[in-house]
Design a protein. Structure first.
Lengths: 538, 214
């Protein structure tokens, strides 16, 4: 290839612009001549004749450059992207032509596609599922947005809509209480309604994290819930981020919240802030959270900066553990499979990051993040792990999870070391988490995990339940990407009793995140007035 | 000093040298390694067997080693900050946000004065890197270009070099840069020399290294 054409192509390799104008190209490829000509034209003491000569040379330079550019266009390497106001053309590499097939002396690199992965056999056997397989690489699963970083509700709403476009599951809004403290409740309700409508249109979820450490005005929170809970919102999840001490201090508020949530059969999600400081989110795939160590670093070093959002989870797969053991029986084969998943995730992660400025362009354009992947992880979610099986029991499953976790962490550390040694330092981390039954719109997993029924405080301390909960604690310890322990509240639902149960759970068990389901409690009737005034009509 | 005709020979012999002469020590992450200080390795013909070490590392099943594409790209492409903590391409072509050390300095300088002894670029940026809280700073610190006997030779100062997994990628990156500059001043690529103030290999890789050097 002619040296000038090589130079032109090299410009596209080292520029971050989408396209280059003729002037951009000439000023770089013929830098010395161009500078001299421009200086002559601008020179006030130079004769008109000399200036005319300079203009003539400039036109000649243009023709010379265009000759080579046109050659590259005719060969399908470059395309004209647009014509500017003064007729100047802008060029970009052709995405389908020779420029992207790697043959142009190494200056252009081929578009990458996800290569055939060593997990496809497991996918065909319905042992592994990619969450949202169609958008596995070009979209993120979950993004956290900091409510405190926005001056207006409109800018926050706009930002959430931008994020809807680049995710396939959930937006986690941290410090939602900030909105209640800083904006009129009517406006927050209006904002909520608008986001609710948008999330339905985008088919995405939003998780509001209410941190009781920062909550100053309980009445505002209750006023907000009194308005929105009766709407039975579908795409929103509320998570109460609380310590046992805060639960005690805000007991009256929680009683009212229980009253309202149980009345409308909503799930009530509680995150134990003492055990796990990083926020939790809940999406269609399952729960999401950050690694504690990463979160501490974020709070100290990144949060004070200009970033407004960050990726929580890039992509995930779900493993049906029972189905695996039905098929393969052996624990060491499980380990082999997870190793293959880790490699596939690494490749996917590389591809996603290589094309991040294209896939997540809207975030860059809106200046919404400064280190999107600072805390992000890939997730391996587990489904159907609580079973007695001829080949492995529950304790065996725990051992498998423990050894697999070490194996995956070693792999991630090794990859970070390799890339660091090659002068390409990057984060790569895989988290374990549990999966929800309806994580895939097209497929429904079978064999739901066991729900734990609670009639009263006595159940929480009963021997039968203690054994079950001890196992759940061990599982939660392994699933650092997020696990949800579900309680089915049955019988009557006295808010005072239920808040005591919450306190008992926060005090006694090491569950970072648990959920109370009120779908089987005896109904209650409340009015808005009685709710706000604290009368319990149960 | 180790001086060999090809990158592969130089790599294997450098590994042997470090394994046989290295002093054991523990790094800041608690990993045990053996280290040789101030190791000079010369690859006389930079184009011969250049990718063989990388292909060997890619064939190891335990890990995913970067592709040639990724390794090359990091050297020439700027603005890869969303992938990596830093990128050599950015430091070379857009140092401190604006200085193009290659196109605006090294290439014009060598065109004007082929005997120049000041065609150097720096990848270490004190404004970003001289901070004890920064986790990762470039291993390749300074690169020197010399035009001798019609060939472009490169010498790189590497502050920390994992000779087993890092050196092959560094040499390939240097070659990509060498070829880029050589093409623009119309000369042939010559030798590549690396000078590593800490040349080390990690204990975790002993078995893999032994298989290679024996």
């Amino acid at each position: 290839m002619h040296a000038v054409r090589t130079d032109i192509l090299s410009l596209f390799k080292i520029t971050d612009k989408d396209m280059l104008s003729t002037t951009d190209i000439i000023s770089r490829v013929f830098a010395e001549d161009f500078r001299k000509i421009e200086n002559d034209i601008a020179d006030t003491v130079l004769s008109q004749e000399s200036k005319e000569k300079a203009r003539h040379l400039k036109a000649k330079l243009h023709r010379r450059a265009l000759h080579h550019i046109n050659k590259l266009i005719s060969e399908g390497i470059l395309v004209v992207k647009r014509v500017g106001a003064k007729g100047e053309k802008f060029f970009a590499p052709s995405m389908a032509g020779k420029a992207m097939d790697g043959t142009t002396d190494g200056l252009f690199f081929p578009q990458q596609h996800m290569p055939s992965a060593p997990i496809e056999g497991y996918e065909n056997k319905d042992i592994i599922y990619k969450f949202e397989a169609d958008t596995w690489i070009p979209r993120l699963n979950a993004v956290l947005i900091e409510a405190t970083k926005f001056d207006t509700l409109k800018s926050l709403k706009d930002a959430i809509i931008v994020i809807f476009g680049i995710i396939n599951d959930v937006v986690i809004m941290n410090d939602f209480e900030y909105l209640l403290e800083h904006f009129p409740i009517e406006e927050v309700v209006e904002f909520f309604m608008q986001i609710e409508a948008e999330s339905r249109d985008y088919d995405k979820r939003v998780c509001l994290v209410v941190d009781f450490t920062n909550l100053m005005h309980d009445d505002r929170l209750l006023q907000f819930f009194a308005t929105i809970v009766p709407l039975r919102f579908k795409s929103f999840t509320i998570i109460f981020d609380v310590t046992s001490r805060e639960m005690m201090d805000h007991a009256h508020t929680f009683e009212k919240i229980v009253m309202l949530f149980s009345r409308y059969r909503l799930k009530l999600n509680i995150k134990n802030d003492e055990l796990h400081n990083a926020p939790f989110g809940v999406g269609r795939a399952g729960p999401y959270t950050f690694a504690e160590k990463d979160w501490r670093g974020y709070v100290q070093n990144i949060y004070p900066g200009p970033g407004k959002c960050l990726a929580c989870t890039q992509a995930s797969v779900v493993i049906d553990v029972k189905r695996f053991f039905d098929e393969f029986q052996k624990a060491h084969l499980f380990s082999d499979m997870v190793q293959k998943i880790s490699k596939s995730m690494f490749v996917a992660n590389s591809m996603q990051r290589r094309h991040a400025n294209e896939y997540f362009k809207t975030l860059y354009d809106n200046d919404m993040h400064h280190n999107l992947f600072a805390l992000s992880r890939m997730f391996i979610r587990f489904w159907n792990y609580e079973f007695e099986h001829p080949y492995i029991d529950k304790e065996g499953i725990l051992e498998v999870l423990k050894s697999t976790e070490k194996q995956v962490n070693d792999f991630c550390n090794n990859e970070e070391t390799i890339y660091l040694s090659c002068g390409m330092p990057r984060r790569f981390s895989i988290g374990f988490s549990s999966a929800y039954k309806r994580f895939d719109k097209k497929k429904v997993l079978f064999e739901a995990s066991e729900k734990i029924g609670v009639h009263s405080m006595n159940d929480i301390y009963s021997k039968t339940l203690r054994n079950k909960l001890a196992f759940k604690e061990k599982i939660s310890e392994r699933l650092t990407g997020g696990d949800e322990v579900r309680f089915q509240r049955v019988g009557t639902s006295d808010p005072i009793d239920i808040v005591r149960e919450f306190q008992a759970l926060l005090h006694t068990y090491r569950f970072p995140f648990f959920c109370y389901n009120f779908s089987q409690t005896a109904g209650s009737t409340i009015t808005l007035t009685s709710f706000l005034e604290g009368e319990n009509n149960d | 000093m180790i001086e060999r005709d090809t990158a592969f020979q130089a790599w294997v012999d450098a590994l042997k040298y470090v394994v046989e002469n290295g002093e054991p020590y523990k790094d800041s992450r608690g990993r045990v390694c053996v280290e040789v200080e101030n190791l000079k390795v010369v690859v006389k013909d930079s184009q011969s067997q250049l990718t063989l070490p990388i292909e060997h590392l890619q064939s190891i099943q335990e890990w995913v080693y970067p592709s040639i594409l990724e390794i090359a790209e990091i050297t020439l492409a700027k603005n890869k900050g969303y992938i990596y903590d830093y990128a050599y391409g950015t430091r070379l072509f857009e140092y401190q946000g604006s200085i193009n050390q290659i196109s605006d300095y090294v290439i014009p300088l060598l065109k004007r004065d082929p005997t120049s002894r000041r065609a150097i670029v720096t990848l270490y940026d004190p404004q970003k890197d001289a901070d004890p809280n920064v986790n990762n700073v470039p291993g390749l610190v300074v690169i020197d270009f010399k035009l001798r006997d019609g060939k472009l030779n490169i010498v790189a100062f590497i502050r920390s070099s994992d000779v087993f997994i890092g050196w092959p990628a560094n040499v390939y990156q240097l070659f990509v840069l060498q070829e880029y500059v050589a093409a623009r001043i119309d000369v042939e690529p010559g030798s590549i020399t690396t000078f590593s103030t800490s040349a080390h290999v990690f204990e975790d890789h002993t078995k893999l290294i032994d298989q290679l050097i024996k």
